[in-house]
Design a protein around this ligand. Structure first.
Ligand code: ZN
Ligand code: ZN
Length: 380
């Protein structure tokens, strides 16, 4: 990992440690949620009641989105029935109590290469579209208001990300890119127009390396998202448990003024959200008074203000600029407040902050938090 560290960078940090956070900090509260999970309506376990009850009563989430696959549980030619979608919306409405708990109806737009190619002998073909297979990966879609039916990856009107985004935008909904480390299965996942950045607002980001039951899995999500950003792509960061066991957990934090469905959507729409892998790390990042998810023009050098309250000592805090580490700190305290002024700022850059705690989840992984990026552009 490159970048400044050691005593010299501490000087840069310390000058600003006494600077107060902008007063707008008090304007928002952190609400914890999960934006990805399945029930027995696709390939998960349990009912919608089970899912929402677990989120509210066991994981004590503020909000949760349910996202069953639009293709169901693998049966050929299966597509989520309209009645399932209606039930999903009914249950989300039933569980939502403003100020206490917000449940949101969504689904996982699940694009599969077999929709373009014949499946092997003795298996029913699912060829739906002409031409070479596309590898669009999976995207979660969710709406603040009711909708008669979903826009499926199996429908000729919504089988590309651009067509999906155009349809979802008209309904006021939002889309996120799921598990971008899908390998070849995801090679076309970024294939959508910049016109749709306001509706495909976020991407799931995961640890570069994940341990599970004693094995180590390298996951390239963060690198792939950085490459998208470095090509000029716009996305914020979320995480979802992708639970198939009916056990949603706190993985995405939003900064919202109140706990209502509209306020949660407003945060996700403006990328005023960040991702955590396990512990509920509180993280605020601002640059010259602008919050995560914002783009702004400045004549000044960007001053990156970071405030962290961990649940354990923070082992590492890095500021990433344009895909590489601008500064790295090893504070070893649960609370960190700092400002770093980017004296080498040139024309335009994106920045985000990644925090790693010295703790471990049930599989031995340290807790991470990633702020959504902030984009700064030099101007008058
Ligand atoms: Zn998926
Ligand atoms: Zn999923």
């Amino acid at each position: 990992m490159a970048g400044a560290s050691g005593p010299t960078s501490f000087v840069a940090f310390l000058f600003a440690a006494t600077m107060a956070l902008p007063s707008s900090y008090a304007e928002y509260k952190i609400f914890w949620g999960d934006i990805h999970g399945h029930t027995s309506h696709s390939d998960g376990k349990g009912s919608l009641d089970d899912y929402f009850t677990y989120a509210r009563d066991v994981s004590k989430l503020d909000f949760v989105i349910v996202t069953d696959h639009d293709y169901g549980n693998g049966k050929p030619a299966w597509r989520m029935p309209q009645e399932t979608w209606m039930l999903t919306q009914d249950k989300a409405d039933e569980f939502t109590v403003d100020g206490k708990f917000v449940a949101i109806a969504g689904y996982e737009w699940t694009s599969q290469a077999k929709y373009w190619t014949d499946v092997g002998p003795n298996k029913p073909s699912e060829r739906l579209f002409p031409g070479a297979p596309k590898f669009y990966n999976h995207k979660n879609v969710y709406f603040p208001t009711r909708l008669d039916d979903i826009f499926s990856a199996k429908d000729t009107a919504s089988y590309t990300p651009d067509m999906l985004a155009a349809a979802v935008r008209k309904q006021g909904g939002l889309i996120q890119n799921n598990h971008p480390d899908a390998g070849p299965e995801g090679q076309d996942q970024w294939d959508y127009s910049p016109d749709h950045y306001p509706v495909i607002t976020n991407t799931e980001i995961r640890p570069d390396t994940l341990r599970h039951e004693g094995k180590t899995y390298p996951l390239d999500s963060e690198r792939m998202v950085r490459e998208f950003l470095s090509r000029g792509g716009k996305t914020g960061f979320v995480l979802g448990s992708d639970t198939h066991e009916g056990q949603p957990a706190a993985r995405t934090a939003v900064l919202a003024k109140e706990l209502t469905r509209n306020a949660i959507f407003d945060a996700l729409r403006h990328r005023r959200n960040y991702a955590v892998s396990h512990a509920r790390i509180e993280l605020d990042v601002q640059i010259n008074g602008h919050r995560m998810g914002e783009e702004f023009v400045t004549a000044d050098k960007p001053a990156i203000t970071v405030s962290v309250t961990g649940t354990a000592p923070i082992a590492e805090l890095v500021i990433i600029r344009d895909g590489s580490v601008l500064s790295r700190l090893t504070p070893n305290t649960p609370q960190v407040k700092l400002t770093y002024r980017d004296e080498s700022f040139q024309q335009s850059s994106y920045y985000y902050v990644r925090v790693v705690q010295s703790d471990a989840d049930a599989h031995g992984n340290p807790s991470h938090a990633w702020s959504s990026p902030i984009w700064a552009k030099k101007g008058l």
